[in-house]
Write a protein that binds this ligand. Structure first.
Ligand code: NAD
Length: 264
């Protein structure tokens, strides 16, 4: 693969699984030094560190166990990344959680956790990483929002609110750095094939007494006109474009990768 990120450093939150893992792997394969973050079983984290470390030519990739629901932990994670990598040239705010319930039944603690992890952590990480980017006169910030950062669905009040806020914050930061060689963009995926997302198909088929294919196309991917999953690698490639050569003119964008969802 082209070493388009040779010499760059990247902190990718929530990179022990799913989309964040895919982005970290692609960035490492493109020549970046990356730091991982996220939860998981110790053996899963060790496997991710070894796999991504191998792409970087080291035994294991640096890793932060920071709990992003805690602002102080987010700030410490950025400091740790700067110490381990020498800088944070690229920040990918990816970590996120979901909870589904009607607004009048939505648990307060779930609402607070989603706002803290999916939205506020992005603010704390950007605030902590931006001074270093300004000092080195180069930076890239990529926030993994969602199609739900641009449109709503029922039962997802906290997630939709947090992701809309991420898109708003992306635009504000973009305007503040517009004259510098720093950009801040959001990626807005539709349904992406990750183990957790895929695991919803079986129970959905059972609950509605339909085939798994029908559950996928008519229920889970109801709003995704392509009727297929977006693959992790497709999102990672968009995230690679936004930090690689020739990306400097893209700033404050909320880029859809959703099989046509937002076109409808
Ligand atoms: P995932 O569950 O596979 O990965 C989430 C990551 O975030 C994991 O590494 C997890 O350990 C980490 N994380 C969760 N809470 C954390 C905390 N408090 N502190 C630190 N790390 C924490 O999910 P995914 O599908 O890969 O989602 C990644 C991002 O993409 C999320 O922001 C999600 O909202 C967004 N997204 C996903 C989809 C999809 O269909 N999968 C679609 C649109 C947007």
């Amino acid at each position: 693969m082209e070493q388009s990120l040779a010499g760059r450093t990247a902190l990718i939150t929530g990179s022990t699984s799913g989309i964040g893992h895919g982005i970290a792997l692609l960035y490492a394969q493109a020549g970046a030094k990356v730091m991982l973050n996220g939860f998981g079983k110790p053996e899963e984290i060790a496997r991710a560190r070894a796999e991504i470390g191998a792409a970087m030519g080291v035994a294991e990739a640096p890793y932060s166990a920071a709990d992003l629901s805690k602002p102080e932990a987010v700030r410490q994670m950025v400091k740790d990344a700067e110490a381990a990598l020498g800088s944070v040239d690229i920040l990918v705010n990816n970590a996120g959680i979901q909870f589904v319930a009607p607004v009048d039944e939505f648990p307060d603690d779930k609402f607070d956790a989603i706002i803290a992890i999916n939205f506020a952590s992005n603010f704390h990480a950007i605030k902590a990483a931006l001074p270093g980017m300004k000092a080195r006169n180069w930076g890239r910030i990529v926030n993994i929002a969602s199609a739900h950062g641009l449109v709503a669905s029922p039962q997802k009040v906290a997630y939709v609110s947090a992701k809309h806020a991420v898109v708003g914050m992306t635009k504000t930061v973009a305007l503040e750095v517009a004259k510098l060689p720093i950009t801040c963009n959001a990626i807005c995926p539709g349904f992406v094939r990750t183990p957790l997302a895929e695991a919803q198909v079986g129970p959905l088929a059972k609950a509605h007494n339909v085939s798994e294919q029908a559950a996928l196309e008519d229920l889970l991917l109801e709003k995704q006109p392509s009727k297929r999953w977006i693959e992790v690698d497709e999102v990672a490639r968009m995230a690679l474009y936004l930090v690689g050569p020739g990306s400097g003119g893209v700033n404050g964008a909320a880029l859809s990768i959703d099989g046509g969802w937002l076109a409808a």
